[in-house]
Structure formats: structure tokens, C-alpha cells
Design a protein around this ligand. Structure first.
Ligand SMILES: Cc1ncc(C[n+]2csc(CCOP(=O)(O)OP(=O)(O)O)c2C)c(N)n1
Ligand SMILES: [Mg+2]
Length: 464
């Protein structure tokens, strides 16, 4: 159910198949006789049980269609044991069937797109803030074309990270608050104005908001918006590019201003990247790690503050290269994501950034990785605490409860005992060589890096 809730919040199209006590004996007390459907219904776009063997194929087609229609999400079907062992005729094949996972997407309303294009044409401080549905809508090429043709700075979150390469001159991350606050027109693409965008307050009071998404929003927008374009994201972006004049806006000064802010923030981080302490500052760990990652590395985050740091400083260059728990924020997703990512892209580096707390939720999945020979490298920021819980408690109450783990626990030895490769790292200069050895080990690996529990993450986001 946690996986389904995470998929719901991330708009991940997945179909979950369940077993179920036999229909023939329903109500008589079979083993595990429980109706799953009402439990999972609030988490899914479709949750159903077939009423006969013959119904199974059509119901599964419905489940795949529901899961992949925008906004994507989970669907659930469970199968009564007796129906699975019975037979039914093959249903006739429908010639017009759309292939699974590729529903035809309608175009957005033309007058809304026109209104949006008009706003853009007059913009001098435009920004693009794009998120997860851009990725699912395969809109990255049109986004890049729009940004580069009109000269619009781009900020990305969620699964959209990497849809504009981190070294593109129009990509910004550290300048985000200046960029969103100072924008005259903001294209908000494939991302809801939820807590990650301060419920709309991340933008300036006078910023004109243009919403572009694959489908109507699930929640009301928290502030008035100037235009709403729902339909094929890539088509809308192409139409906006043409409609706004197909040439550079008067944004050169604005881009320069944001680049200066970006550079200033990056320069200010340098001291932390070079921090010499042992146990390590998490930022130093990421600086060291950056030496060993390929451009196409898939980085997965599972943890608290350790992953917040990763989200700030890890650069993505291709779509699908950054996976984190997303807005549902459920710990323990890392090993499952890593297993799937490495199976799908065996030639790529797949690296899991793990908090020691997160390891407690699904660290045993290293056993799964070992048994299936899936060579994922975990890099742990082991600070001996649940920092994201402990530090806020100390700030609010002056003390903390139940947020301490055992200091310097040898999770690397746990992974070695399960048949993987494990290393303990206590000094900054030992990180990169240990990660190199982990990649070379050809088994699932954990580099257990001791990090400083006194480092408090500079948190200011409004979660609630
Ligand atoms: C399943 C689940 N349980 C509890 C939480 C609340 N929670 C958020 S962060 C965190 C601690 C994470 O600790 P760790 O992975 O060590 O990261 P750190 O903050 O220490 O860097 C907890 C318990 C959660 N997000 N998900
Ligand atoms: Mg921790």
C-alpha cells in the first residue's frame, strides 16, 4: 500500500496484481479471506476483482488503460484463486486497440494556449518550472526547444530533473527562489502547486501563472492562474513556442541576473564541498561522489536530510536519472527503485543514496539484490540519527525523543554477510576510491560513510 501511495503521488503508471481467496467459498473463512479492494481504492485509479475467469482479460486492459491515462497512477486487480484455475474462451482481438501505455492525448484548448502565448510574448522575466508530468508526457524535447528558442530560464523538480541537462546555460537550480519570485510570467509545467512550491507562494505576488499539464489538476490551484492548458504537454509546448513569436524574448538581462545569483550561491557552497572533517559533512561526501558518477548515472535517494542534500547538489543530465520518494515521502523505496532501474538499464551506474534510518526500512532488500545479481551501489550517509526528525525536535522543544540510532553501525558488514560488498569510510579522501571499488566488485555493494550528526540541514520549506 505504501508503494501504491508513492506511485499515486508520483503519477507512476503501475498495475498491481493481487491474489485472493476463492470466490466459491467467499464468506466461509478461507485462508486470508479479506476484501482488498476497499483498502486500496483511495490509492488507485481502478481497483476491482473479476467476477469470472472470462472477465479477466478485459479487466486487465481496463487496469492498464486507467494506470497510463494522465495523470498516471496505480491500478489494482486481484484474482480469486478458483477463477485463475478455470478456463474461458480467448476474447476476440479488437483491431482498433491502442497499444498499452500509449493513450492518444488530446490537444489543449486553443484559446487558453493563445492567451498563454500572448503573455509569454510580452514577458521580460519569464521562467519555466517543470515537474513530474513533463517526464511522463515525454515533453523534454519540446521543453528544451521552447526554452532555447524563446530564451527562458528553466527550473526542474521531481521526475523532470534531467529533462534539461544540468549544464545547459538556461538551467538553474540554486537561483530558484530568486527566479520564481522575480518572474513576470511563469510556465508551470506538469507540476502541482503543492508544498514544494509553497502552495503557489514560491512565485511572486504579481507573477502571471500559466499552467501546462497533461490533464486537469487533481486539486484546485491555490492561487488564481492566467491560463490553463490541459492536453498533450509536448503539443502545448510546441504551440507556445510558435505562438509566442518563435524568437528570443527580451530576457537577456534577466538570464544574466539569475546566472549571477546561481554563481553566487554555488560559490558559497564551496566551503562545505571542501570541508575536511571526519565524520564527514554530507556536502563533502557528495563532492567526492561526483568524481565517480557518469553523466548517465541513475541516482536514487532514500532518506531524510541526507537526501535533501542530494536533491540540492546532485546534477542530472538525462530524463529518468533521479528517483526519490517524491511528495509522498515514504522511506524504504530506495532498494525497490534501484532493483527496477538496474534491471531496466543494466549498462548504467545505479547508485542509491541511503540514510542510515532509511536502511532500517528496507535494508534487507540487499538480500534480494544479491540473489538476483543486480549490482547496485549504495552510498550511506551514516550519522547515527534520524536527522530530519531529531534536529526539528531539538529546534522546537529543546530536546528530542526516539530519533537516535546506534552510532557507526556496520551496515556494510550486514551487506557483506548477505553476499554483497561492504566498506566503511571515515575520511573524505577515502570516499571516491571506495565507491570505485564498489562499482568494480560486480556484486551489490554498500559504502557506509560516517557523517557528522551535528550538521543541521538548512530547512525552510513549508511542508504543511
Ligand atoms: C515510512 C516512513 N516512516 C517515517 C517517515 C518519517 N521520516 C522522515 S525522514 C526520517 C528519518 C530519516 O533518517 P535517515 O534516513 O537516517 O536520514 P537523515 O535525516 O539522518 O539524513 C523519518 C523517520 C517517513 N518519511 N517514511
Ligand atoms: Mg541518519
Amino acid at each position: 500500500m505504501s508503494a501504491m501511495a508513492s506511485a499515486q503521488a508520483n503519477h507512476s503508471p503501475i498495475v498491481v496484481l493481487g491474489g485472493r481467496a476463492p470466490a466459491l467459498r467467499w464468506g466461509q473463512g478461507s485462508l486470508q479471506e479479506i476484501d482488498h479492494v476497499p483498502f486500496v481504492r483511495p490509492l488507485t485509479k481502478l481497483a476491482a476483482t473479476p467476477e469470472s475467469t472470462a472477465e479477466i482479460p478485459a479487466l486487465l486492459e481496463d487496469a492498464f488503460a486507467a494506470a497510463s491515462a494522465p495523470h498516471g497512477g496505480p491500478a489494482f486487480v486481484d484474482f480469486p484463486l478458483d477463477y485463475v484455475f478455470m478456463e474461458a474462451a480467448e476474447p476476440p482481438q479488437d483491431e482498433d486497440d491502442v497499444p498499452l501505455g500509449a493513450p492518444a492525448e488530446p490537444a489543449a484548448d486553443g484559446s487558453a494556449v493563445e492567451r498563454a502565448a500572448d503573455l509569454l510574448r510580452g514577458a521580460e522575466r519569464p521562467v519555466i518550472m517543470a515537474g513530474t508530468d513533463l517526464y511522463w508526457g515525454r515533453g523534454e524535447q519540446e521543453l528544451l526547444a521552447l526554452a532555447e528558442t524563446l530564451r527562458i530560464p528553466v527550473f526542474l523538480n521531481g521526475l523532470a530533473r534531467g529533462c534539461v541537462p544540468a549544464d545547459n546555460e538556461l538551467f538553474f537550480s540554486r537561483a530558484r527562489s530568486a527566479g520564481l519570485k522575480g518572474a513576470d510570467v511563469a510556465l508551470v509545467v506538469g507540476v502541482p502547486m503543492d508544498f514544494r512550491l509553497a502552495f503557489g507562494a514560491a512565485f511572486g505576488e504579481d507573477t502571471e501563472i500559466v499552467v501546462v499539464d497533461s490533464a486537469e489538476p487533481e486539486r484546485r490551484h491555490p492561487r488564481p492562474v492566467a491560463a490553463e492548458c490541459y492536453g498533450s504537454i509536448s503539443r502545448t509546448l510546441a504551440e507556445l513556442r510558435a505562438g509566442a513569436g518563435g524568437a528570443a524574448l527580451a530576457s537577456a538581462g534577466w538570464i544574466e541576473e539569475l546566472r549571477a545569483a546561481e554563481t553566487e550561491r554555488r560559490d558559497a557552497e564551496r566551503a562545505e564541498f571542501e570541508d575536511e572533517r571526519s565524520p564527514l559533512h554530507p556536502m563533502r561526501l557528495y563532492a567526492e561522489l561526483a568524481r565517480t558518477l557518469d553523466r548517465a548515472a541513475i541516482v536514487i535517494g532514500d532518506g531524510g536530510d541526507f537526501v535533501s542534500y542530494a536533491g540540492r547538489v546532485i546534477d542530472s543530465y538525462r530524463p529518468g536519472c533521479w528517483l526519490d520518494p517524491g511528495p509522498f515521502g515514504c522511506l524504504g523505496t530506495g532498494p525497490g527503485y534501484a532493483l527496477a532501474a538496474k534491471l531496466a538499464r543494466p549498462e548504467r551506474q545505479v547508485v542509491m543514496m541511503l540514510g542510515d534510518g532509511a536502511f532500517g526500512f528496507s535494508g534487507m532488500e540487499f538480500d534480494t539484490l544479491v540473489r538476483h545479481g543486480v549490482n547496485v551501489v549504495g552510498v550511506m550517509g551514516n550519522n547515527g540519527i534520524w536527522a530530519l526528525e531529531k534536529h526539528p525536535m531539538e529546534f522546537l522543544y529543546g530536546y528530542s525523543v526516539a530519533a537516535d540510532l546506534r552510532p557507526a553501525t556496520r551496515y556494510d558488514e550486514v551487506v557483506a554477510a548477505l553476499g554483497g560488498h561492504g566498506e566503511l569510510v571515515e575520511r573524505p579522501q577515502d570516499v571516491a576510491p571506495a565507491v570505485e571499488r564498489a562499482f568494480a566488485s560486480n556484486v551489490p555493494a554498500l559504502v557506509n560513510v560516517l557523517t557528522d550528526p551535528s550538521v543541521v540541514y538548512p530547512r525552510k520549506s513549508n511542508l504543511a
